[in-house]
Design a binder for this molecule. Structure first.
Ligand SMILES: Nc1ncnc2c1ncn2[C@@H]1O[C@H](COP(=O)(O)OP(=O)(O)OP(=O)(O)O)[C@@H](O)[C@H]1O
Ligand SMILES: [Mg+2]
Length: 602
């Protein structure tokens, strides 16, 4: 009982969601598709009637002494049937047209919705592995699944109208036939109901295997590092893994399929027996003169039509039901909180001085036991340039995430412009910050856009874009490309060019500079830039950045030593800070590391 209730509940949920979604997508196409398709199904009634009259007229006029007169009637009937057929075909095409329009608009809406939603979700949510799992499913399946959901949704009224129309001709004259036709479907429906549940359980069970399989497939067929894949020579190994994952799925599925088909076959015998018995019944009624031959064949066709529509209807409902898990994921995703983009919080003004301050900051990532920051105290004045150093995994990038307000410390405060970052309006804060993360994105439709997205209002201002590209020493290279600033930085497009890793970094720096921020954070900005260019870029940065707060994270002491102040992060704390000379005099860990690197150059 509980199950049936929840199945109904789920159907209700699906229908409500889809109706609302499609209504908002394009209500006129939705109405047009449903109305024309539904109307199309009702045309079976005049069709059956004209068929009946046609055959009866034929039989009545066997050996008619005035054949031409009879033939005239037949011609009228043929014309009427032709007219009806044209109408059916027309409504069918019109319905099909609107379904296609709905498909396209639904893709458009869904893609924009999913994409913009993802971009506004909080960073801790996005970095949560459970979120990633579920989101991947939403993202991967959205188009295909939603398309089938839409299709089913639009067709269901059509099939219902087909069922009702076909049965309606029996209701008055032969109610028992209508009743028995419905009863005869019970065994088949029961079988479907039982197996849907089993199928669903198996789905959940095989999902894990699919996840692993998908991962191996990703390594194999969509590897970003396709060259490494060749060197490792692991394609056969990965292929084998995929094969055995599939085998496990196939084994589990095939036994369920076998029993599902067997039971469906047995249940089908029941309703076939009933509908063929009706043929005998109609034949008998004809022989005793209760119905005409025309009526008999119309009845037989109506039964066939009823069965066809009914099986389409159950298939559509089942498919809709099977998609409910996906839809649940989608709804969950679309309802996630978008905490940043609202009007809340203190809004920094354009001319606020943005000093950065960490006061006894303790931080660990959610779902993690380890404290990353254990009482960090630091202060960076506006217009200062500061280098942060420390070994891999010590928490340098984490400091940046806290500065941006993506995470909040469990203890202590992070202040920007003397305001607790927690309380600041985020878009206003980010408007004054540019960060080039270690893993930055390319936005590579064109070189202009790749830099221009740094300040979207000025994305077409080539002069300014070029000026900032000069600072990161990439302007000359871009200008030498086939289409200059309009050259796509990807091989996916004609005339596209792929920048080298170092060139990408310079483009990234140009983007950050083009943002014209008050605080500029560069997380290992020049790790792949050649020494000469690094020297030039840094000179430019220091010159350009003297009115900005410049924070850079680096493992290269040649750049680090030029900072006004150097902060050493060790074991969750700032353990040394000061200018290069000061830290060398201190002769602590900084001096040790500096000498270590310097020695390797001698
Ligand atoms: N989203 C996250 N969830 C859980 N742990 C994380 C997350 N991001 C980073 N960590 C962990 O926090 C620690 C600090 O990471 P962080 O990226 O800040 O290091 P880093 O100093 O920037 O290192 P690198 O020099 O390699 O860039 C690492 O141990 C890392 O595994
Ligand atoms: Mg880092």
């Amino acid at each position: 009982m509980r199950n049936r209730f929840s199945a109904f509940g789920q159907m209700g949920f699906i229908l409500k969601f889809i109706t609302k979604f499609l209504w908002q997508t394009d209500k006129w196409s939705l109405v047009a598709a449903v109305v024309t398709n539904t109307f199309n199904s009702t045309l079976i009634i005049p069709d059956l009637y004209l068929g009946k009259v046609f055959f009866d007229t034929l039989v009545d006029n066997v050996k008619n002494p005035q054949p031409l007169q009879a033939f005239q009637i037949i011609l009228w009937l043929v014309a009427a049937r032709l007219g009806l057929q044209i109408l059916r075909s027309l409504t069918n095409r019109i319905g099909g047209y609107y379904v296609r329009i709905l498909f396209m608009k639904q893709n458009q809406k869904l893609e924009v919705m999913i994409g913009t939603k993802y971009a506004t979700i909080s960073v801790p949510t996005i970095e949560n592995p459970e979120f990633r799992d579920r989101y991947q499913r939403v993202e991967r399946e959205s188009n295909g699944r939603f398309r089938s959901v839409t299709e089913n949704f639009v067709r269901i009224p059509q099939y219902i109208s087909g069922v009702v129309s076909a049965l309606s001709i029996f209701v008055v004259t032969q109610p028992l036939v209508a009743f028995l036709s419905l009863i005869s479907l019970i065994p088949a429906l029961s079988v479907e109901r039982i197996f849907i549940k089993k199928d669903f359980e198996l789905d959940t069970e095989t999902m894990k295997i699919h996840r692993v399989r998908g991962l191996y497939y990703f390594f194999l067929a969509r590897a970003r590092s396709y060259m490494e894949l060749k060197l490792l020579n692991i394609h056969k190994y990965l292929g084998g893994k995929i094969k055995s994952a599939w085998q496990e799925i196939i084994d589990k599925r095939s036994s369920l399929y076998k029993s599902r088909r067997t039971w469906a076959f047995l249940a089908g015998i029941a309703d076939d027996t009933v509908s063929y018995s009706f043929d005998a019944l109609f034949a008998y009624q004809f022989i005793i003169g209760r119905i005409t031959i025309g009526t008999a064949q119309a009845y037989i066709r109506a039964i066939a039509n009823f069965k066809q529509n009914f099986s389409n209807l159950t298939a559509a409902v089942l498919e809709l039901y099977e998609n409910h898990l996906y839809l649940k994921d989608l709804v969950w995703f679309l309802n996630l909180d978008s905490p940043y983009y609202n009007n809340f919080g203190i809004k920094l003004t354009k001319n606020a001085k943005l000093q950065i301050k960490f006061e006894d900051v303790w931080f660990k990532y959610p779902q993690s036991q380890n404290w990353i920051l254990k009482g960090v105290n630091l202060e960076i004045d506006a217009h200062q340039n500061v280098a942060i150093i420390g070994s891999n995994g010590v928490g340098k990038t984490t400091l940046v995430k806290l500065m941006c307000g993506f995470y909040s410390p469990q203890k202590g405060r992070v202040l920007i412009g003397n305001y607790d970052v927690k309380k600041l309006n985020k878009p206003r804060l980010w408007d004054q910050i540019a960060v080039l993360f270690q893993e930055f994105d390319a936005y590579n439709t064109s070189a202009r856009e790749s830099i221009g997205v740094g300040r979207i209002e000025k994305i077409t201002d080539i002069a300014s874009i070029s000026k900032h590209a000069k600072m990161s020493d990439i302007d000359t290279w871009i200008k030498s490309l086939p289409k200059g600033y309009e050259t796509p930085l990807s091989r996916d497009f004609e005339d596209g060019v792929i920048p080298s890793t170092g060139q990408w970094q310079r483009i990234g720096i140009a983007r950050a500079l083009f943002r014209d921020p008050k605080i500029l954070v560069l997380d290992e900005p020049t790790s792949n830039v050649d020494p000469q260019a690094e020297e030039d870029v840094f000179n430019n940065l220091l010159k350009y950045g003297h009115e900005k707060t410049l924070v850079f994270i680096s493992h290269r002491f040649s750049t680090v030593r030029r900072a006004d102040r150097i902060l050493l992060l060790e074991d969750g704390k700032i353990t040394e800070q000061g200018g290069h000379d000061q830290l060398m005099d201190l002769n602590g860990q900084y001096a040790y590391l500096f000498n270590l690197q310097a020695k390797s150059y001698q």
